[in-house]
Design a protein around this ligand. Structure first.
Ligand code: NAP
Length: 507
């Protein structure tokens, strides 16, 4: 067999999760690692999503790494280009470039049960790794519904995460499909330009005001010269969101007032009662992600916009047919239909100790120990794994908790010494997931009366963490070796002189 490069850790993906992992590994003294990135630049979802109006609705001072503060965030909620530039700077500042292999798509990962390491096949050759960190992210593979007749449509068709920048919407009849966080940013951004915009709404969203503003020069000066002001700002943003968690996870009844605020927000912009009726959700606020926008409702009230309160069912030539029979002619279709979240695509490419893929292991739903490791997949950690998503705060907080776990994991492997791997005990994985699902029962995501991408095909919520970010931080501070089986490489048979050296467990 050809000699392959061998590294201590292979990280897959270079978004927030992958770059964060790289920084934390370096800081822990691990320099023997690679970051494998399928595209030609870093940034993950913030590189891919460049649609008009793309911005984050978590304030930037919270939506950034604690170890890489940026005193110069220009706005409360930064646009995609600022977040992408931030990630590029993280790659430079922390000396990550030499580790990053661009245009290296991971095609297959196979656990070698004898050598106790991963065989990582990429589009540019094979790497062997003791530990794999999968940071491919839940919002990386666009989901386009299988619409009959779509192939026959002669206009432009693309997904929000694959915006065609050569497309000029001026004067065109554009259909936008979906009313998630992406679509509601696209609609107001293109509405002034298009001839006619038709929005296909399968389910109305709850939309709250967006408290955005420029961060003043004085504030930025303070954040640069008095770092404590930056920390205070971050702490305040975090604390407010922590206090909200109980309403989502334990007392959804308390969200009634928030619904009233959202309805008032709609009434201010939409004067037509019939349009308001069609835009009013029939489920509890928070069940689906709450959207923030000051421009969505005003755009829908413009004369060149039509709302079809029904999903797209079929395309006949250049006519779009909704489930309620409405027919609309269009020159272009923009799918704001989300991502493959509960069926993590990388799982099909990961083959564990038993020879089964992670997708097979997760056939009945994703399950991991502390959101990180899966039974039968030794030394394989996922950043933003099952049940680590959030409904109301910054994912960067959850990512950093998982990175704490990763760093401790590698430290414990080093402490055990020799060629060694950790494999989560199935009992520990089950206990963790029973605990998560028990807590999930009362949450608004399970009881709020909606169908959302938080739920998998079996209706099980395998994406959101049903607690505060502080609770998750505590749960992932350290790796508990009791929850793992320690695998050691089978040693050569002891010679007669090595009396009694049988203490290691061979696998
Ligand atoms: P999404 O939240 O999954 O929304 C997909 C939308 O497509 C839903 O409204 C869905 O309707 C609709 N849909 C699917 N098939 C349809 C059909 N045949 N006809 C009509 N509508 C159809 O996707 P997303 O908006 O891309 O957002 C994904 C996640 O990305 C967000 O929740 C958020 O975490 C993140 N994001 C954040 C921001 C931000 O920070 N501002 C911006 C963009 C994205 P149903 O509701 O009926 O299923």
């Amino acid at each position: 067999m050809a000699e392959h490069e061998h590294v201590r850790v292979a990280v897959i993906g270079s978004g927030f999760g992958g770059l964060g992992a790289a920084v934390r590994l370096r800081r822990a003294g691990v320099t023997d690692f690679v970051v494998l990135e399928r595209r030609d630049s870093v940034g993950g979802t913030w590189r891919d999503n460049s649609y008009p109006g793309c911005a984050c609705d978590v304030p930037s001072h919270l939506y950034s790494f604690s170890f890489a503060p940026n005193p110069d965030w220009p706005r409360n909620f930064s646009g995609q280009e600022h977040i992408r530039a931030y990630l590029e700077r993280v790659a430079d500042t922390f000396g990550l470039r030499p580790h990053i292999r661009l245009r290296h798509e991971v095609t297959q990962l196979t656990w070698d049960t004898e050598e106790l390491r991963w065989v990582v096949e990429t589009s540019q050759g094979t790497v062997l790794a003791d530990v794999v960190v999968s940071a491919t992210g839940p919002l990386s593979d666009p989901k386009v519904p299988d619409i009959p007749g779509l192939d026959g449509f002669t206009g432009q068709v693309f997904h929000s995460a694959q915006w065609d920048h050569d497309f000029d919407p001026t004067g065109k009849r554009v259909a936008v499909i979906g009313t998630g966080a992406s679509a509601i940013q696209i609609v107001p951004a293109i509405q002034p330009q298009v001839g006619r915009l038709t929005l296909f709404q399968r389910t109305p969203a709850w939309v709250m005001p967006r408290m955005d503003r420029e961060i003043s020069g004085a504030e930025r000066w303070l954040h640069r010269n008095l770092p404590v002001t930056r920390s205070l700002r971050r702490g305040l943003l975090w604390g407010i969101r922590e206090l909200q968690v109980g309403a989502f996870t334990k007392h959804p009844g308390q969200l009634g007032l928030t619904e009233k605020l959202a309805l008032a927000h709609m009434r201010r912009a939409v004067k037509d009662p019939e349009l308001r009726r069609r835009l009013t959700p029939d489920y509890r606020i928070g069940c689906k992600r709450i959207l923030l926008s000051n421009s969505y409702y005003p755009a829908l009230a413009r004369p060149n916009v039509d709302l079809v309160a029904s999903g797209l069912r079929e395309v006949r030539g250049n006519t779009l047919v909704a489930s309620d029979g409405t027919e609309v002619e269009a020159d272009a279709i923009v799918f704001g239909t989300g991502f493959h979240v509960t069926d993590m695509p990388i799982a099909q490419r990961v083959k564990g100790a038993s020879g089964r893929t992670l997708a097979e292991e997760w056939r009945d739903g994703m399950e991991a120990l502390r959101g990180c490791t899966a039974a039968d997949f030794p030394n394989f950690l996922t950043v933003i794994g099952p049940n680590t998503g959030l409904g109301n705060s910054s994912m960067i907080l959850m990512i950093e908790s998982q990175l704490n776990y990763l760093v401790d994991y590698v430290r414990q492997l080093d402490a055990l010494g020799g060629r060694v791997a950790l494999s989560p005990r199935r009992g520990a994985v089950d206990r963790w997931n029973d605990h998560v699902q028990r807590r999930m029962q009362r949450t608004v995501w399970n009881t709020g009366g909606c169908d959302s991408w938080y739920l998998d095909a079996n209706g099980r919520n395998t994406t959101v963490w049903p607690g505060t970010t502080a609770e998750f931080r505590r749960a992932t501070r350290q790796v508990d070796l009791e929850e793992y089986e320690v695998l050691r490489q089978e040693r050569p048979r002891p010679r007669a002189a090595d009396h009694g050296e049988h203490s290691e467990v061979a696998v």
